[in-house]
Write a protein that binds this ligand. Structure first.
Ligand code: ADP
Ligand code: MG
Length: 260
């Protein structure tokens, strides 16, 4: 599942990390692939730079095996392919490589992985890195902040997903849209959420992730919010989101969600 939105700061990394943690807490085996050169998922899970020798760059550019680039995390049942510093240059290096859009897909196909879910945290652009994620994934999860331009951004993203589906990955679909940093006291948030739900219906998760300071604090302790403060409203929302996702998956048995 590729976690995609071309805008930065909308909650992609927070959603990838905390949804993955909640799924792992449900007994699922989960892998996060950190494809953002900023490496927020890696640092947010407590991985220092020195601990990241082999990671996403080596997989994409050098053809390293996924298993060799995977590390355990503090969350039982959850592993990560971290960002490595060179990933910032991968965007340009990939241009000249063979099967440049398929590098991650090929790496996953060659690996004999036993995960229930693989979540790919993408950079804030529709770049070659994001393209690799969308080609490798069965589906896209879109975190969306309910602000004024949200719908325009979403329409652009949907067009991109359609284009990738037509040209590079016929199974790709939008699995869901998650409203993030939601403040029910804000009438703009409420209005945009109503518009998004009117346009995208059942694709939009019922669970909205509230704006919650504990969620923002957690990464500085190198922990997912669920390990930092499981009782806070944000952690509880991610637990609800995971159970909603698992229910959807049962409804979609055999279709896009099962990775391993
Ligand atoms: P992206 O990966 O899309 O760039 P992030 O997940 O890094 O976005 O979130 C951007 C910022 O907002 C981060 O500082 C993060 O801690 C904060 N944040 C994300 N979700 C919430 C939330 N529900 N409540 C409060 N702060 C949040
Ligand atoms: Mg991010």
């Amino acid at each position: 599942m590729a976690v995609v939105n071309q805008k930065g700061g909308v909650g992609k990394t927070t959603t990838a990390v905390n949804l993955a943690t909640a799924l792992a807490a449900c007994g699922k085996k989960v892998l996060i692939i950190d494809l953002d050169p900023q490496g927020n998922a890696s640092t947010g899970l407590g991985l220092e730079n020195a601990q990241r020798e082999t990671g996403a760059y080596e997989v994409l550019v050098d053809g390293a095996a996924i298993a060799d680039a995977t590390q355990a995390t503090i969350v039982p049942g959850m592993s990560i392919v971290p960002t490595t510093p060179d990933l910032a240059g991968a965007e340009i290096e990939l241009i000249d490589l063979e099967r440049r859009e398929y590098r991650l897909k090929d790496a996953l196909a060659h690996a004999n992985l036993a995960y229930d879910f693989i979540l790919i945290d993408c950079p804030p652009s529709l770049s070659l890195l994001t393209l690799n994620a969308m080609v490798a994934a069965d589906c896209v999860l879109v975190p969306l902040q309910c602000e004024f331009y949200a719908l325009e951004g979403l329409s652009q993203l949907i067009k991109t997903v359609e284009r990738v589906k037509q040209n590079l990955n016929p199974v790709l679909e939008i699995q869901g849209v998650v409203l993030t940093m939601y403040d029910k006291r804000s009438s703009l948030n409420e209005q945009v959420a109503a518009d998004v739900r009117a346009h995208f219906g059942a694709k939009v998760y019922e669970t909205a992730i509230p704006r919650n300071v504990r969620i923002a604090e957690a990464p500085s302790y190198g922990k997912p919010a669920l390990l930092y403060d499981i009782r806070c409203a944000g952690s509880q929302a991610y637990i609800h989101l995971a159970s909603e996702l698992l229910r959807r998956e049962q409804g979609l048995e055999g279709r896009s969600l099962k990775v391993a």
